[in-house]
Design a protein around this ligand. Structure first.
Ligand code: SAM
Ligand code: SF4
Length: 331
């Protein structure tokens, strides 16, 4: 069933859906969650696999081609590979990807690849055990690196991306080790600027280590050349001039890419968010459980998407941080 493409009121065509499958997580990253965790959603509040599949199917019928599963930590949701398989078989879904902290990849990589996940983003913020512990509050670097190794044995899973959040006062020491990793392995490393979505609300502009600063630091040692930017791509990608690997920078704070943002998000409790920084969200779970048919759900989705924010206002006077933090939104 192919419908009219999904568009917002600013002329942007929506082709990318991020689905949070749980708000729970086995890590406590400083820039995301408090040490004690957050009040988790009750099981009944979370969309079932069938509900997620129904909504993703509707989005796919409206032209959404890329679906990314995230959280919280998606791999802690029980039977997550089963959900992945259900979504992979939906008509219209072209790319089904997962963002994970990697801790459970050793256990699940094979099942996820078999289920049809074709892209993996693994978050790693430090390549040193003690500094990894400091940031994630878990002594888990070895397990994550093992998980990456297990995953990299599957050719279908490549290219594997490694995402590192860049924080001033921490990430400077990680820049050259990550550049070395990008040059010596098939992993594509990408630095993401720290955004005001931390549950501790400790973010300030002074804590953002910009992508340009990191790029310049790498370029001084290993010259970089820009790759052409793909439409709606969040990362600015560079290749090492000597041909050994690539590295990317996601700069939502210093160089926002809102103008061609084609993304919307579905939270684990079934709220549609049209921007990471939305102050307003649309309930899809209520109508879904009240028996809404597809055309009713379609109307609610189109209305919400039409009102997608033109841009975010991070760093501007009057910026308001959303109530939900990153793990409760689905990054
Ligand atoms: N738990 C999984 C993980 O960490 O990959 C998936 C969910 S996590 C919320 C998704 C991504 O958001 C991760 O790459 C994480 O590093 C990033 N993230 C979390 N809080 C952030 C923040 N305040 N600013 C920038 N990126 C953030
Ligand atoms: Fe968990 Fe991912 Fe948030 Fe870290 S960034 S606390 S791994 S949800």
């Amino acid at each position: 069933m192919e419908m009219e493409p999904l568009r917002d009121g600013h002329g942007r065509r929506i082709g990318d859906l991020r689905v949070s499958v749980t708000d729970r997580c086995n890590f406590r990253c400083q820039y995301c969650m408090p040490a004690e965790g957050l009040p988790w959603l009750e099981r009944a509040e979370i969309l079932t696999f069938e509900e997620i599949a129904r909504l993703v199917g509707l989005f796919a019928a409206m032209g959404v081609r890329d679906v990314r599963l995230t959280g919280g930590e998606p791999l802690v949701r029980r039977d997550f590979p089963t959900l992945a398989g259900m979504l992979a078989s939906l008509e219209g879904v072209r790319e089904l990807s997962v963002t994970t902290n990697g801790f459970l990849l050793k256990r699940d990589a094979e099942r996820l690849v078999a289920a049809g996940i074709d892209r993996f983003n693994v978050s790693v913020d430090s390549l040193q055990r003690d500094r990894f512990y400091q940031l994630t509050r878990r002594d888990a670097l070895a397990a994550v690196l093992e998980g990456l190794e297990v995953l990299s044995a599957f050719p279908e899973a490549h290219p594997i991306k490694i995402n590192a959040v860049a924080m001033r006062g921490f990430t400077e020491q990680e820049v050259l080790p990550f550049a070395a990793l990008a040059r010596s392995t098939p992993y594509e490393v990408r630095f993401i600027e720290f955004m005001p979505l931390d549950a501790d609300r400790a973010w300030s502009t002074s804590q953002v280590l910009t992508g340009e600063e990191i790029r310049a630091a790498i370029d001084a040692v290993h010259p970089l050349e820009p790759e052409p930017r793909e439409p709606s791509a969040t990362a600015r990608v560079y290749r090492f001039a000597d041909g050994q690997g690539r590295i990317g920078f996601i700069n939502p704070v210093s160089e926002p890419f809102c103008a061609d943002c084609n993304r919307v998000r579905l939270t684990a409790d079934g709220r549609l968010r049209t921007c990471l920084f939305s102050l307003h969200e649309t309930d899809l779970r209520g109508p879904l459980r009240d028996g809404a048919d597809d055309s009713e759900l379609e109307r609610i989705i189109r209305d919400a998407v039409w009102r997608k924010e033109l841009k975010h206002h991070v760093g501007e006077p009057g910026f308001i941080q959303p109530t939900r933090s990153m793990s409760a939104i689905g990054g």
